[in-house]
Design a protein around this ligand. Structure first.
Ligand code: XMP
Length: 507
């Protein structure tokens, strides 16, 4: 187990991802909340930070329980922090120290640098620089512009590097992390999807015992993997609820429900389509749509949850990025915002104890864990789909006829992506029904029908995205298919906007 102390760098999560890729478990904690029990951690990594160590507001935690007592790797800000407070000198740099650089000096015979040779590309991102090394430091590596690019402290297992080993552009970054964690800190590489499943299932068994647990399945990856893990642990005491809000993709309710049953899950499908569509009648405002869907979902879910007698737990598919406490650097550590729930007014299921089996793993790890438990590849590779579903892809008010049209269009588009082998190259795709009619001609007749937009984006986390350059031949084929097969549509357009400034969804 490795402790990563976060000083607010945008790359902190990447450090964790790289460490996990080495099959070593790690946790991110804010620099100002160092865990009490350090015995659990075999090594510590200090992250970067947008702050300057010379500033009074910068993170200056007490590391006396760590430094010299455990293997320590300080990255970027971390390296400057060690230098600044141990007799070194950190000052604003006057050469360019952003982006690509190459190691021009590497000290011979260092275990830390095993396998790394001169010329190795590293990624820099800092505005201060270490002018003088701290006491007892030994220089390990330099680049042309950054003399003190890496150092160690004599007599300790403390290492510091100015560049970022966690970013892809530091070619030997993972090797460096491995040298530190495996060869120097002697940590075993035994944290694998299988070992995660084994230990999580045994923890869940112990925690839950013979209690009943309720889980809302959405058809998405996270809730599905959480469901299968819990089912392994407690069998049919896991009661899954899968709600059809009438805004899912074509045939999705039926096919996903069948898949769940095929996995042996104790699942109840609840078709509440009409209830949702009635509640949405006449609503055009996107936020009001979302709120309405959220409210009806809670009502439906509460009704169903109440039918499970004596349930003690509510399971959720929360994953690690939602759990990591973020460090905000300008106004100090970010305050944890606690919303004031009026517990008396909460639906009953929200009073249950919460269990989150995926709360310590990243999205790609959720997929690997799912695969190791034999969950269908196709299900694990599904595109993200928003909770309010097609409601936010039908601009303007929603009717069952519009839902039907959009489901048909969407199915042609998505199946086409699969047929052309494009589905896995796209992060998310879907169709949007526009609230305008346009003139067309079919046979000898003038038509005045709906316009649909197709959207396909590349992204890694949905925060930023770019439209996908789909082959013209594919677009041509799909457009023909849609207009020839979906009654009520006579025009197809392709969305070529990036996020920002546009968003992925149109509402
Ligand atoms: P935007 O449109 O904000 O979407 O660029 C980013 C990602 O979030 C999804 N999204 C939602 N997911 N409820 C959800 O569960 C919502 O209300 C919602 N709105 C957007 C969107 O599909 C994309 O993956």
């Amino acid at each position: 187990n490795v402790l990563i102390l976060d000083f607010g760098s945008q790359y902190t999560q990447l450090i964790a991802r790289r460490v996990r890729e080495l099959n070593i478990y790690c946790e991110i904690h804010p620099y100002n909340k160092i865990p009490q029990n350090l015995n659990d951690f075999k090594a510590v990594i200090l992250s970067g930070s947008p702050s300057s160590v010379r500033s009074e507001e910068a993170p200056h935690p007490d590391l006396s329980e760590i430094r010299g007592k455990k293997p320590l790797l300080a990255v970027c800000y971390g390296a400057q922090y060690l230098a600044h407070f141990s007799g070194g000198l950190v000052a604003p740099s006057n050469t360019r120290e952003y982006g690509r650089a190459n190691l021009s000096f590497i000290k011979d015979g260092e275990q830390f640098l095993n396998g790394i040779s001169e010329g190795s590309q590293v990624w820099m991102s800092h505005s201060d620089t270490i002018k003088e090394l701290p006491e007892n430091a030994v220089l390990l590596a330099s680049t042309k512009d950054v003399e003190n690019a890496a150092y160690k402290i004599e007599g300790e297992t403390t290492f510091a590097i100015q560049f970022h080993p966690e970013v892809y552009h530091s070619t030997d970054g993972t090797l460096l992390l491995k040298n530190f964690l495996v060869d120097i800190a002697n940590i075993e590489q035994n944290w694998t999807p299988n070992s995660f499943v084994e230990s999580t299932v045994s923890d869940l068994k112990e925690k839950i015992g013979d209690d009943k647990v309720i889980l809302g399945l959405s058809g998405g990856v996270d809730s599905t993997v959480a469901g299968v893990l819990l089912h392994k642990a407690i069998g049919d005491n896991l009661h899954c609820i899968f709600v059809n809000n009438g805004l899912l993709r074509k045939d999705e309710f039926k096919s996903v429900l069948q898949q769940y049953e095929g996995m042996g899950l104790n699942v109840k499908g609840v078709d509440a389509s009409e209830r949702f569509l009635n509640a949405l009648e006449g609503i055009s405002d996107p936020e009001t749509k979302r709120k309405t869907i959220g409210r009806v979902f809670i009502e439906v879910f509460d009704d169903e949850a109440a039918k499970v007698e004596n349930a003690k737990w509510l399971a959720q598919g929360t994953i690690y990025p939602d759990v990591i406490e973020s460090v905000s650097v300008n106004g100090g550590p970010s305050a944890t915002i606690k919303s004031h729930h009026n517990v008396g007014g909460l639906p009953d299921f929200m009073k249950l104890q919460v269990v989150e089996p995926l709360r310590m793993i990243f999205k790609d790890e959720v997929r690997r864990v799912g695969a190791s438990m034999g969950i269908d590849k196709e299900l694990l590779g599904r595109h993200p789909f928003p909770g309010p579903g097609l409601a936010i892809r039908i601009l303007g008010d929603i009717t069952s006829e519009k839902v039907r049209i959009l489901q048909e269009v969407d199915a042609i588009f998505i199946n086409g992506l699969k047929e052309y082998g494009l589905y896995d190259k796209v992060w998310q795709a879907g169709a949007i029904l526009l609230p305008v009619n346009s003139v067309g001609v079919m046979g000898d007749e003038r038509t005045y029908e709906k316009v649909v937009a197709l959207r396909a984006v590349e992204s890694t986390d949905g925060m930023t995205a770019d439209w996908v350059n789909l082959p013209y031949e594919f677009l041509q084929n799909i457009s023909n298919k849609i207009i020839n097969n979906v009654k009520g549509v006579n025009r197809v357009v392709y969305d070529i906007s990036s996020k920002p400034p546009a968003t992925i969804e149109w509402e």
